[in-house]
Design a protein around this ligand. Structure first.
Ligand SMILES: NC(=O)C1=CN([C@@H]2O[C@H](COP(=O)(O)OP(=O)(O)OC[C@H]3O[C@@H](n4cnc5c(N)ncnc54)[C@H](O)[C@@H]3O)[C@@H](O)[C@H]2O)[C@@H](O)CC1
Ligand SMILES: [K+]
Length: 617
């Protein structure tokens, strides 16, 4: 499990240490970790494993992130690497710059192309003013010719994406890389991000272009939310967390990242006395005469994931096909209200069939937990007009389907306005949270990283208060109030806006208990999970049906065993178990996608791999 925190939580944890004058110590710990990460990347470029004689370029921004980069540069220089800092702002961390120069490194000052010497701006320090001015194109060449580039322009203090000269530099560098590809000068530097890829929002994972996509990110104290959700996660490469002494002081977790090892450890396995009923009976409403395939794929996946029993409700043609493929399925001619199951899966392939639509509607209104997928999503969204769905109902949209859900919600005034698919793709965590808040359901938003937002209170945390707490915890520049008291103090001045992403209103409503439709306003969502590492080959028709089947199986199990997933953490008990089940299902799906190596995974193969991943030798 990776526990990720908002940038505000990290600053709040640092603050007492900064107040004690330990800012310099924290920075040097961070810089040392960054140095180690850089060494590791440089060794990858060198068969003999030595870094002596290698070249590194450090892109340095105006704040403490730049300070980390400069200090790490000084350590690299001491280890025998030729280091050049490109100072991209109007100021740079004073002590860090002095340390780099003292170690024998050099610094150049980024100026607009064609601006000649470019007079240093007001307030520029002596050391910075003395550095040679370099235009954007020349600076991009410098980066391209290095073995390693360290991105230390912006960290947790970033407000919005890269702008101005550093943005031009990144664009020029990337353009040059594209031109060089396939030519003799094909040297590609390894890229290491200091704390975060510059411009990625630590709190939301938003990642506006231009970005310097990294091979590795070295972060400090704890992972930030922006590391574990899209699109930030995809920009950062391999993540390493370096302890700096704030770990005991961290507050509320913002996003729990469920990893492969968690899935394998927590996946519910039958005990000696279990029966098919105690394992969990899953009812599936899927397929229609024109779309039988989805029903076959989701039932198959549910069985391969170890469902105690699957009952199938659908038209006679689809049913015959499902049974031919999976004889263990129990057919049912009845309606959902006449069938006893622990959980439902409704929606895959349910298109244009009135009987199936009526069954879907019954399941939306039923007491039992349910995975509401594909063809059930619109009906689920429409039903929110009558009240929130409850966290035991799991909606599984991709960005396009979530946009459609918002359109329904906006249509009857539950949401302020529709949300475009591109907006959702730019900020999936935010919109998954918002969807969970507005529908009262657990929302599993599919994507390169899958995010799960659940409108329930986390034990030990207060729903909806985290961002507010963060916004009160002082600004990033509070960190610089120790300037002068330590050798890593900084000359950075001014304040940055903060808390601009505060949660809308504190949540009064508590987690819902039990099943059925929930009355009143849904609780502010505060339980957020993420799952990654799925093969990009999963982007294929039918893989969503497989996921839905796997989700149904684990949901039926936790319906019968409320504490089954408690080993994931206290948040996975009670009403949090629905989100935990969703994460486990998505995690198993991701594991299965890679189980046969990197290559195509058609859904029938994927379902086989689901079983293989769960099978112990
Ligand atoms: N606070 C601390 O004690 C520690 C901080 N650390 C480092 O400090 C970083 C945070 O430092 P800061 O709070 O100084 O923030 P940053 O270094 O991320 O940058 C903040 C400065 O950049 C400018 N800025 C913000 N957004 C911009 C944009 N879009 N384009 C151009 N300029 C922009 C602002 O003027 C602001 O002062 C962390 O990411 C981490 O790398 C580490 O050294 C560990 C200890
Ligand atoms: K950075």
């Amino acid at each position: 499990m990776i526990e990720a925190y908002s940038g505000g939580s990290i600053r709040a944890a640092e603050q007492p240490l900064l107040d004690e004058g330990l800012g310099g110590t924290l920075m040097r710990r961070a810089a040392h970790g960054l140095f180690r990460g850089c060494e590791e990347q440089l060794r990858l470029t060198e068969p003999r494993g030595t870094v002596v004689g290698k070249t590194a370029v450090v892109l340095v921004g105006p704040g403490n992130n730049g300070g980390d980069g400069l200090w790490a540069g000084s350590f690299l220089r001491s280890a025998g690497v030729a280091v050049t800092a490109i100072l991209t702002g109007t100021r740079a961390h004073e002590a860090g710059l002095r340390a780099l120069l003292a170690a024998g490194g050099s610094a150049v000052r980024l100026v607009p192309d064609g601006s000649g010497a470019g007079a240093p701006g007001q307030g520029t320090s002596e050391a910075m003013a003395a550095s040679r001015p370099v235009g954007v194109e020349a600076a991009a060449e410098l980066m391209a010719s290095a073995d390693l580039v360290v991105d230390a322009v912006l960290g947790t203090g970033a407000r919005g994406g890269l702008r101005g000269l550093p943005a031009e530099l990144v664009t020029a560098f990337r353009g040059g890389q594209r031109e060089r590809r396939g030519t003799a000068e094909n040297g590609t530097p390894r890229i290491v991000a200091c704390d975060l890829v510059s411009g990625v929002d630590a709190d939301t994972g938003e990642a506006p272009e231009p970005l310097l996509r990294a091979d590795a990110t070295i972060t400090f104290g704890a992972a930030k939310t922006g590391h574990v959700v899209s699109p930030g996660e995809q920009a950062g490469g391999a993540l390493t967390v370096v302890p700096i002494g704030i770990e005991e002081r961290l507050g509320e977790v913002d996003v729990h990242r469920v990893q492969a090892a968690d899935v394998l450890a927590a996946w519910p396995r039958p005990g000696a006395t279990d029966t098919k009923y105690t394992r969990g009976v899953l009812g599936i409403v899927a397929g229609a005469p024109s779309y039988p395939g989805a029903a076959i794929m989701c039932t198959q996946a549910a069985i391969q994931a170890g469902a105690g029993m699957v009952r199938f409700l659908g038209d006679s043609t689809t049913r015959a096909m499902v049974l031919a493929r999976s004889p263990e399925v129990v057919r049912s001619d009845e309606q959902p209200w006449d069938v006893h199951v622990q959980a439902w899966l409704a929606g895959p392939g349910v298109v244009g069939d009135e009987s199936q639509a009526a069954r879907v509607q019954a399941i939306i209104e039923a007491e039992e937990p349910a995975v509401l997928d594909a063809g059930a999503l619109d009906a689920a969204a429409r039903s929110v007009a009558d009240g929130p769905l409850g966290p035991h109902k799991i909606l599984t949209p991709h960005a396009g389907e979530l946009s459609q859900i918002f359109e329904w919600l906006a249509g009857f005034g539950v949401a302020d306005a529709p949300v475009r698919r591109t907006e959702i793709e730019a900020s999936p965590l935010h919109w998954a949270r918002e969807a969970a808040r507005l529908t009262g359901a657990t929302v599993l938003l599919k994507g390169a990283t899958t995010v799960i937002a659940s409108p329930v209170a986390v034990p030990g945390g207060e729903a909806g208060t985290q961002d507010t707490a963060a916004s009160e915890a002082g600004t990033s520049d509070a960190g610089t109030s120790s300037a002068g008291t330590t050798d890593a103090g900084t000359s950075s001045a001014g304040t940055t806006g903060n808390g601009d992403d505060a949660a809308p209103g504190a949540a009064a409503a508590s987690a819902s208990e039990g099943g059925g439709r929930q009355g009143g306003k849904p609780a502010e969502p505060c339980l957020c999970l993420s799952v990654g590492d799925a093969s990009p080959w999963l982007a294929t028709a039918g893989s969503g049906d497989t996921l839905a089947g796997v989700l149904g199986t684990v949901l039926a199990h936790v319906a019968e065993h409320p504490d089954a997933l408690a080993e994931l953490g206290p948040w996975a008990r009670g009403e949090g178990r629905w989100a935990a089940a969703a994460a486990l299902g998505a995690g198993l799906h991701a594991l299965a996608s890679r189980a046969g190596g990197e290559g195509p995974v058609p859904p029938s193969v994927l379902a086989e791999h689901v079983r293989a991943v769960l099978t112990r030798p």
